[in-house]
Design a protein around this ligand. Structure first.
Ligand code: ADP
Length: 350
């Protein structure tokens, strides 16, 4: 079965309220796409539309080029892992993993082989005879992943699979999921998360969701370096979002004229300048502004400075700062023209 997921203007509503609004999105074969957004933005709903657990009010869902919108879940050939493992407590690990294959009436010998393979891939081969209660949370989630893999899905759906685990387990499992992806080079993986670190670590591309709509889609680097909207800029990484006026060859922030690429923004227009805190330098330089330090936070590897510039708060993350400025001190900040991105006003409402 060939992979690939395509949402073609998919809308979902509950009781008249649209919770997924005309989603257009394609996940290529072999690609990991993260659906990233705050709680309630429609991510899980999108995933459930692919699995077949929710029916769109309009639009079509395609898997491997085939329109599956009217097909029941069991005919779609997708594997799904949800936050709360949902293992059968009375079944041994191997029987939990075999469940989907038995439901599909696979031959015994085939079941045995596939279960062994899935347990091997998730590092759970030694636990085949245990019951879920005899496993840790992380191990249970691996069994849930093994169960999804056993049917050799061409499409794997993961719904916040790590959010029930503690922080240390989570980073270990993240590394394992990356490895797993290498072992499934042809599968399309759709990964729902509200955690930008998970999305940045795992995804080939990230689809940013907010208020039932797709806000932005791109590689992690694209979204980080050149976000299209203020929402993306602040949700993927930290951002200084400064209100500016477009001038000639740059922008005006308070009293300062700054050189940045203004693209085709009209002169005199209001816009937002996005500069990442770690790209702001202390002291004179290109695009310098002066301000007053309102707060200094020591964060181990960096100092985070909050500086009031003409009534706007600018954050600067500085490394190797021997003598950090103090509260109330006047400082000069600067940033390179190529490190700023101009966001047109109104794009957030797209
Ligand atoms: P996310 O995964 O981004 O947190 P969801 O897709 O789960 O968001 O939910 C989107 C919106 O749809 C939320 O406002 C949620 O309350 C609502 N919703 C989800 N499932 C149902 C349901 N079965 N019945 C009614 N409303 C629902």
């Amino acid at each position: 079965m060939s992979s690939g997921i395509r949402f073609d203007r998919v809308s979902v509503a509950y009781g008249g309220t649209t919770v997924l609004d005309s989603l257009d999105l394609t996940v290529e074969p072999g690609e990991v796409m993260a659906l990233l957004g705050p709680s309630g933005s429609g991510k899980t709903t999108a995933l459930r539309a692919v699995a077949g657990f929710v029916r769109p009010v309009s639009g079509r869902v395609f898997l491997g080029g085939r329109d599956v919108t009217d097909e029941p879940p069991y005919r779609r050939g997708v594997g799904m892992v949800v936050q709360q493992y949902a293992l059968f407590p009375h079944l041994r690990v191997e029987d939990n993993v075999a469940f989907g294959l038995k439901a599909r009436k696979a031959a015994r010998s085939e079941i045995r082989g596939r279960v062994a393979e899935a347990l091997e891939m998730t590092g759970m081969a030694d636990y085949a005879r245990r019951r879920p209660r005899e496993l840790s949370g992380g191990q249970q989630q691996r069994v849930a992943i093994a169960r999804a893999l056993a049917i050799r899905p061409s499409v794997l759906l993961l719904d916040e699979p790590l959010s029930a685990l503690d922080a240390q387990l989570r980073s270990g499992m993240l590394a394992e999921l990356t490895r797993l992806h290498r072992e499934l080079p042809d599968a399309s993986i759709l990964y729902v998360t509200h955690d930008q670190v998970e999305a940045l670590t795992l995804a080939d591309r990230i689809a940013v969701m907010d208020k039932a709509r797709l806000q932005d889609v791109g590689t992690p680097q694209e979204l980080y370096r050149a976000p299209r909207t203020e929402f993306t800029a602040s949700f993927v990484g930290n951002a200084n979002l400064l209100p500016v006026t477009v001038g000639s060859g740059g922008v005006v922030l308070g009293g300062a004229e700054l050189e940045v690429d203004t693209g085709d923004a009209a002169r005199g227009a209001s816009a937002t300048l996005c500069v990442r805190p770690h790209l702001v330098g202390l002291g004179p330089g290109p695009n310098q502004v002066v301000g007053t330090v309102s707060e200094v936070q020591w964060r181990g590897a960096t100092h985070r400075l909050y500086v009031d510039v003409d009534g706007h708060r600018v954050m600067a993350d500085l490394r190797e700062l021997r003598e950090p400025p103090v509260h109330g001190e006047a400082v000069t900040l600067h940033f390179a023209p190529e490190d700023a991105v101009l966001l047109a006003a109104g794009v957030t409402d797209a």
